[in-house]
Design a protein around this ligand. Structure first.
Ligand code: NI
Length: 239
C-alpha cells in the first residue's frame, strides 16, 4: 500500500514536472509573436556623385558589415577608373543608377546634350555590368525642362535631404537624417565625402536598432506594391 502510494506520488510529480516544462514553452514562444507581427520598416539610402576612392570603398565595407543595401547614382566619367568598385556594388546587391556623364544639369540643357549625357553613362554601365535597368537621378533632382521626354527609365528623387555637401559634418548630417527619416523614406547622400559615409553608417546602426531594414530604391517600391514606370519620378517608397 505504501509502495503504491509512493508510486502515485512519483507519477504525480512527473506529471507536474512535464506540465511545468510544457508551460514554459508557449510562454517563450508567445513573447516572440508580437515582434514577428509588427510590420517591417524599410528605408532606402541613396548616394550620388561617386564612385570615389577611398570614400566609396569605406562605405561599401560598412554596408557589407551591417547587411545593408543602398542605391548608387554614378557619374559616368568616374566609372572607368573605379571599375572594381562598381563591380563590387553590383556583386554585393546594391542598385546602380545613372547620374549623367559629367553631372550636367538637365533642366536648362538642350535635348541632344541631355540624351548624350544619359546614354553615354548607360553604355558605360552596360559594358561593365551587362544589360540592366539603370534608373536615373537627374543632377539637382531636376528633370529636363521639356518634361521627362526621352527618359525610358524610372527617375528617383528623395524625401530626406540632410544637405551633407554643405555642412560636411557627420554628426550634423546624422542628426538631420534621424529627425526626418520614417518608413519608406528615400535619403539623399553623397559618397564622395568622408563625413557623409560616417553619417550613413551611424544612421544604419541607429535605425537598424529601431527595426529598420535598408533596401534599394527598387526593392522599396516593390515592397510597397509600386510598379516603377519609365519617365516617372519617385520620391518615397510609396511613390
Ligand atoms: Ni549630384
Amino acid at each position: 500500500m505504501r509502495r503504491t502510494m509512493l508510486l502515485f506520488l512519483a507519477l504525480t510529480g512527473l506529471v507536474l514536472l512535464f506540465q511545468g516544462i510544457g508551460a514554459t514553452v508557449p510562454t517563450d514562444a508567445a513573447a516572440e509573436i508580437p515582434a514577428d507581427e509588427e510590420p517591417r520598416k524599410y528605408v532606402a539610402l541613396t548616394f550620388d556623385d561617386g564612385p570615389k576612392r577611398p570614400t566609396t570603398e569605406k562605405l561599401l565595407d560598412g554596408l557589407r558589415e551591417r547587411g545593408a543595401s543602398a542605391t548608387f547614382f554614378l557619374i559616368g566619367e568616374q566609372i572607368e577608373e573605379n571599375r572594381d568598385l562598381v563591380l563590387r556594388m553590383a556583386r554585393e546587391g546594391h542598385q546602380i543608377g545613372n547620374h549623367t556623364w559629367s553631372h550636367q544639369r538637365l533642366d536648362n540643357t538642350e535635348a541632344g546634350t541631355v540624351a548624350w549625357e544619359i546614354c553615354k553613362t548607360e553604355t558605360a554601365l552596360t559594358e561593365l555590368l551587362g544589360n540592366g535597368d539603370y534608373w536615373l537621378r537627374p543632377p539637382y533632382g531636376q528633370p529636363a525642362a521639356d518634361g521627362e521626354n526621352g527618359i525610358n527609365v524610372p527617375m528617383v528623387k528623395w524625401s530626406v535631404d540632410p544637405r551633407d555637401w554643405e555642412s560636411r559634418d557627420a554628426e550634423k548630417v546624422t542628426r538631420a537624417i534621424l529627425e526626418c527619416a520614417e518608413p519608406n523614406s528615400i535619403i539623399l547622400l553623397h559618397d564622395i565625402y568622408a563625413s557623409s559615409v560616417d553619417a550613413a553608417l551611424n544612421v544604419v546602426d541607429v535605425l537598424q536598432e529601431e527595426g529598420y531594414w535598408f533596401v534599394t530604391v527598387k526593392e522599396l517600391l516593390e515592397l510597397n506594391g509600386v510598379t516603377p514606370q519609365p519617365g516617372t519620378m519617385y520620391r518615397t517608397g510609396t511613390g
